[in-house]
Ligand binder design. Structure first.
Ligand code: AMP
Ligand code: TRP
Length: 331
């Protein structure tokens, strides 16, 4: 029997999980877990590259873990773990720092976007974020990294660092490939459809959170910005409606064409009401299951512990290989 290929992905516990995270990432992972040996991490060390309240960080970390499981990630098939429970990630990061260049890190768009308009100082960690991400991926000899469009540049950098290391010594890392979903790769804000829906959105109504109540989901869809054209169609002059059609399509599997046909001659409020119902049907079972898992923190921590033992074992193997090639003495 052929060994399964390895898949790695993660989400930062830097706020509440959004519909963008769910449609751009988690929903696809659930489909992929039968075909790959999967690692899904809650990347808490990435979250602290910008300021976090300790109490909120703890809460978000466990919430993401519960949402992963409630969305259908099966802990018997996949490894779900908290990044800081596997020290190899930070150790590998230091080693890879010595093979990463300031020039290439300075070109990362996420770094440029997050560091501009900051009134506080920008941390070294924020600059170094992509090297920690490369460590996450490379330690597991990952083949595939399913992420939203915004992360593509980080995966390209990971490939560059891995290739550089392999060429300098000898083959050590698998060269990973990004997998960007065709649909759902970029869910935009409901209040500003020119910006991606993001956990850090200042406008609450711009973002649907996975743990939002049914009423709140419906209200946010009703309030989503549209236009005065009044036709449910895909058009670059109607970015708000385009985003809503995209969300509709990813959740139902209907094509843009099917949706345009279905709502021919119907107004936006009719379309929005249906979309609200569709989202409630998709998200409310996940919310209920996640909330019930969160009632039993000890059980969640037990899962985290067992899974991190497995992740530790695999990660250490790669780390030992790296150290040996670099010339560090092992005992
Ligand atoms: P983050 O929230 O930055 O930790 O992102 C976690 C995952 O969700 C990554 O794979 C992102 O690409 C994906 N993601 C985040 N926001 C969106 C969005 N608005 N649309 C699609 N995917 C997203
Ligand atoms: N940087 C990713 C994001 O913002 C999160 C992340 C950290 C990640 N490590 C990863 C994603 C490894 C995929 C693989 O979305």
């Amino acid at each position: 029997m052929n060994k399964k290929q390895v898949l790695f992905s993660g989400i930062k516990p830097s706020g509440d999980i959004t519909l963008g995270n769910y449609l751009g990432a988690i929903k696809n992972w659930v489909d992929l877990q039968n075909d790959y040996d999967c690692y899904f991490s809650i990347v808490d060390l990435h979250a602290i590259t910008v300021k976090q309240e300790p109490k909120d960080l703890r809460k978000s970390t466990l919430e993401i873990m519960a949402i992963y499981i409630a969305s259908g990630i099966d802990i018997k098939k996949s490894t779900i773990f908290i990044q800081s429970h596997v020290p190899a990630h930070t150790e590998c990061s230091w080693l890879l720092n010595c093979y990463s260049y300031i020039g290439e890190l300075s070109r990362m768009t996420q770094y440029k976007d997050t560091s501009k308009n900051k009134d506080q100082n920008v941390s070294v960690g924020l600059f170094d974020y992509p090297v920690l991400m490369a460590s996450d991926i490379l330690l597991y000899q990952t083949d595939l990294v399913p992420v939203g469009e915004d992360q593509k540049q980080h995966i390209e950098l990971t490939r560059d660092i891995a290739t550089r290391f392999n060429n300098l010594y000898s083959p050590t890392f698998k060269i990973p490939t990004p997998s960007i979903p065709k649909a759902g790769a970029r869910i935009m804000g409901l209040q500003d459809p020119t910006k991606k829906m993001s956990k850090s959105d200042e406008n609450e109504n711009g973002c649907i959170y996975i743990l939002d109540s049914d009423d709140v989901i419906r209200r946010k869809i009703n309030k989503a910005v549209t236009d005065t054209v009044g036709i449910v169609q895909i058009s670059d002059d109607q970015l708000g409606v385009k985003n809503l059609i995209n969300i509709y399509s990813v959740v139902t599997g209907l094509s843009f064409n099917d949706i345009e046909e279905k709502y021919k001659g119907k107004n936006y409020s009719h379309f929005k009401k249906d979309l609200g119902d569709i989202l409630v049907a998709e998200l409310s079972p996940i919310r209920e299951k996640a909330n019930s898992l969160l009632q039993n923190k000890d059980e969640l921590l037990k899962i985290a512990k067992e899974n991190s033992d497995k992740a530790n074992y695999v990660a250490q193997k790669t780390l030992r290989k790296m150290k040996k090639k670099i010339g560090l003495i092992s005992l």
